[in-house]
Design a protein around this ligand. Sequence first.
Ligand SMILES: Cc1ncc(C[n+]2csc(CCOP(=O)(O)OP(=O)(O)O)c2C)c(N)n1
Ligand SMILES: [Mg+2]
Length: 416
Amino acid sequence: MRKELTRQQYHDLYYYMRLNRAVEDTMVKLFRQNKIVGGLYSSLGQEAISVGTAYALEKKDWLAPMIRNIGALLVKGVPPRDVFMQHMAKYDSPTKGKDGTSHFGDLDNLHIVSPISMLGDLIPVMTGVAMAGRYLGQKIVAMTWIGDGGSSTGVFHEGLNFAAVQKAPFVLILENNLWAYSTPVKKQVPLENLADRAKAYGIPSYIVDGNDVVAVYATAKEAVDRARAGEGPILIEAKSFRRMGHAQHDPAEYVPKEMRAYWEARDPIALYEKFLMSEKLLDAKGKKEIEDKIDALLAKDREFAENSPMPPAEFAETGVYCTGDDCHKIRPKWERPVAEVTPPRSSVAAVWTVEGFGAGKSSGGANAPIHFGDTEPAAASASSDGNRAGKTPAKAPAKKPVKTVVASGASRKARR
Ligand SMILES: Cc1ncc(C[n+]2csc(CCOP(=O)(O)OP(=O)(O)O)c2C)c(N)n1
Ligand SMILES: [Mg+2]
């Protein structure tokens, strides 16, 4: 650990690591009282990674957490009560009780993209966020996390390659905690350092001690600054250890005792506390103040969460499918110029037309179909000049089979 941050920054890192651990400890208690609805994961011993990396982001930046990144959510500004309520599937939770784990985000204020269960899929998603920010001239950085196991998925490689070739301002944290379920990392990746995966995509990488919060923060800050400056994506391998089982159900008896003992002696919070004390950045009084602050916050938030109602039964059938305006505020733009969506000199004549296609109304407006098959195909003979634009011929009878078709969606529908 090096001494070069401000006193406030040192204290923030300590506060958030302690908060991260205390929030998860509280949830273990809730789990044992049968109040947690879904699976419960633990980042015990990995708090320095979530906290140190997220702390390197600015308010305008974006992140998408994985299951062991509650610490990153707390740093970004998610209140502990939301984390509790989400896991208890309460009506006041961010997803109003629709989800019992961490699948929630905040696109409007905190810039958090909800995690996706499919490991690795957040990599192309956050690459897209990074690229969108660049198109908008926002100078933002997008960050997400992936495990040692998740780094072997196809989408990890596709996503990182895409981010690299697009030079997206994206920072990927590879949390190597040595286990993926019961599979040790050595049995699933023939590499000593998973950071070497970056070489395949021609992007820079770092290796950092994931139990040293100052080193994690300093490395992440450098990576975030470089990505923001336009250097493209950066991979950081943070080496650590998964101290609990995969989730609460897993006692992880397959982990060798010596390995566990080695890492338990390197607890990131204990190490950091020792450093802060020796550098006179924290004393017993300051430590007690932080503990009291966390205790008071969590007691209040836990009570709030416990008193929050479960969703009403009728709510079960609402909000399941996208219903347009009452589902989301982001409006897709379907309206593209007719010339742009119509091949002007195609050698293949269009043999049917779709009413409204290319007419330029959005989903919030008139009836422009989103894709073929949304509306009945019009008469096969209606267009023969190879250009559907602007034509609105009479519709074919509803179930009349169309013999010659060029679009598979329409084809399936016509044959039904
Ligand atoms: C594509 C995909 N395959 C499998 C799973 C099931 N699964 C969830 S977590 C997990 C292990 C992940 O291990 P790792 O990436 O090392 O993360 P860790 O749990 O150690 O944080 C697996 C296989 C999944 N969610 N997505
Ligand atoms: Mg792992």
